[in-house]
Design a protein around this ligand. Structure first.
Ligand SMILES: Cc1cc2nc3c(=O)[nH]c(=O)nc-3n(C[C@H](O)[C@H](O)[C@H](O)COP(=O)(O)OP(=O)(O)OC[C@H]3O[C@@H](n4cnc5c(N)ncnc54)[C@H](O)[C@@H]3O)c2cc1C
Ligand code: SF4
Length: 507
């Protein structure tokens, strides 16, 4: 007999390791281990979600006839690591080896490969593109533009295709999306679930063991099994999808979710299948329930961005997370861990992250990510923060988004220019600035929005790197037209702000 490893983000009945194993002979190993729960200080909601979903998936497997050797976090024999548990279970069951589906993180891939047991690693077939598909596409290209990769994924899946042409005649309807924040949101947000017995038991465990981690454990309302996740999805397809595209980039003080799907955590853990999610979104379009701009935008995020960033993670290798092309070395300020700040956009984005283990893409990219990049925070610290605080964060998807897209630390593999902006963009897309202690209209002075001065500080200190970038020439021309005294004031105020922040002052 062999052991079949099922990790916390592999909770899918169609997992390649399960399909390959023999239900009558083999033993499934699942383990809640301290190593995985604490190698970064994960948000308590994220830990509770993972353990609860694992326990429920083990129940499903048992009901389906599998033998499951499940280790709870507080079991006295728990060795504390995945490899330790496999070695212990191999001795217990006299197993001939271990079969597993490739993990989504180099750290675990290497640890499993180094085990003193016979192992058999299988590809993770829950993704649309194999590693080979991505490498074949990337080979010989000067720039790895997501848009072209996405078109291949449309052709491969047949999603939103009209024969060999894209539905509606265009591949991408983004110009119809990205409207500023609406006055009213006519969707009540994600479906929320009352904790059942399994979830409640996990909440007690996590409350005891991870009380010091950043983040509120309760109220806990995530779906924790496939049935609930499907209910959640159906609820969103009906109420949220039709306006998903329009307000994808908008941010509001009093609405954390707007029209977002909140499906990342369910897809990444394996509770929802990405293709099934996209097919249901396409059905909504074909039935006339949601417009093409919304459905195409949503499907692009999943078969485009999600697959593309995974391809980059595996192509670039284990050192990707340590890259720091811009040489940034500032420490992550306390405001990221809930410390007080006068910047309302940061306070709101971090505050909802603490409560929900969730912020949407633009809050991650253009508020917390933008600020970290402008301020020159060390990308490794930024990466660890994102990996810790979001319920959907696993390294294969988080690292390319943070190291590449948000911090430009991979030197432009993902982003053709840094995602930076002054306060203007945040003002246009949100209602944050109206209730901020800083004034977004002020370019300098005591009350000036810090993003306004830090923006020029960034461009000035990285002039040699970005001046020649054709997409950034205009910005440098505006900077060069400013008179010297004004430039000096901007740079001094930005430097003073960073000094005050580093000294732990309330900025
Ligand atoms: C700095 C930064 C860090 C991020 N970290 C993560 C992370 O740890 N885990 C994660 O799943 N996503 C991450 N993203 C991508 C994106 O922000 C989240 O997938 C999204 O906010 C999840 O919320 P949702 O399910 O409501 O998504 P929606 O906005 O409703 O989008 C639908 C789905 O599309 C997929 N998707 C959208 N954008 C991306 C993207 N850039 N990369 C990969 N998939 C995408 C996700 O599966 C998402 O659930 C990050 C983005 C940035 C800028
Ligand atoms: S004024 Fe500046 S700091 Fe304040 S909310 Fe607007 S962008 Fe953020």
């Amino acid at each position: 007999m062999r052991l079949v490893l099922v990790l916390g983000d592999q909770l899918s009945s169609g997992l390649s390791a399960l399909l390959k194993a023999d239900k009558d002979k083999d033993v499934v190993v699942m383990a809640e281990v301290a190593d995985e729960a604490s190698y970064v200080p994960h948000h308590p909601k994220k830990i509770a979600f993972t353990f609860a979903a694992m326990r429920k998936f083990a129940q499903v497997l048992r009901a389906d006839g599998w033998t499951v050797a499940y280790t709870k976090l507080d079991d006295p024999e728990n060795s504390g690591s995945i490899t330790g548990e496999l070695i212990r279970r191999a001795a217990e069951f006299d197993a001939a080896g271990v079969v597993y589906t490739e993990p989504g993180e180099w750290r675990l891939i290497e640890a499993l490969g180094d085990m003193p047991l016979k192992t058999h690693s299988l590809p993770d077939t829950r993704f649309i593109a194999t590693h080979q598909d991505f490498d074949d596409w990337a080979e010989g290209r000067k720039q790895l533009r997501m848009e072209y990769f996405y078109r291949d994924m449309r052709r491969k899946t047949g999603l939103l295709m009209d024969g060999d042409k894209p539905e509606g005649g265009k591949w991408n309807y983004d110009h119809d999306n990205r409207k500023p924040a609406p006055d009213q949101v006519d969707f009540g947000g994600p479906m929320q679930f009352t904790p059942d017995e399994t979830v409640s038991e996990v909440l007690t465990l996590v409350g005891d063991r991870f009380a010091d981690n950043f983040g509120d454990l309760e109220p806990f309302w995530f779906a924790t099994d496939t049935g609930q996740a499907r209910q959640h999805l159906a609820h969103w397809l009906k109420g949220g999808l039709p306006k998903f595209g329009d307000f994808q980039d908008a941010m509001l003080n009093d609405n954390r979710f707007l029209y977002h799907a909140i499906v990342g955590l369910y897809i990444n853990a394996g509770l929802l299948d990405p293709l099934e999610v996209c097919q249901k979104a396409e059905d909504a379009y074909r039935e006339g329930h949601a417009p093409l701009n919304a459905v195409e935008g949503f499907i692009r995020q999943i078969i485009g961005w999600r697959e593309y960033v995974r391809g980059i993670y595996f192509r670039e290798g284990p050192d990707y997370v340590t890259r720091n092309a811009l040489g940034h070395d500032r420490k992550l300020p306390a405001m990221y861990w809930g410390g007080e700040t006068k910047m309302n956009c940061i306070a709101k984005s971090v505050g909802q992250t603490k409560q929900e283990a969730y912020a949407h893409h633009i809050q991650r990219l253009m508020v917390t990510g933008n600020f970290a990049l402008l301020a020159g925070i060390a990308p490794a610290e930024v990466h660890e923060w994102y990996l810790a605080v979001y319920a959907d964060a696993y390294e294969w998807v988080e690292a390319p988004n943070v190291i590449g897209m948000s911090q430009f630390a991979d030197n432009g593999i993902i982003a053709s220019k840094p995602y930076i902006s002054s306060g203007n963009y945040i003002h246009k897309m949100s209602d944050y600035c109206g209730s901020c202690a800083y004034r977004v209209q002020d370019k300098t002075g005591d009350n000036a929005c810090p993003f306004n001065v830090l923006y020029w500080h960034f461009l000035d200190r990285h002039r040699a790197r970005f001046e020649g970038n054709p997409r950034m020439g205009n910005m440098y021309r505006v900077w060069d037209r400013m008179d010297d005294a004004r430039k000096e004031t901007v740079l001094k105020e930005a430097g003073d702000f960073l000094d005050r922040m580093d000294a732990g002052q309330h900025v």
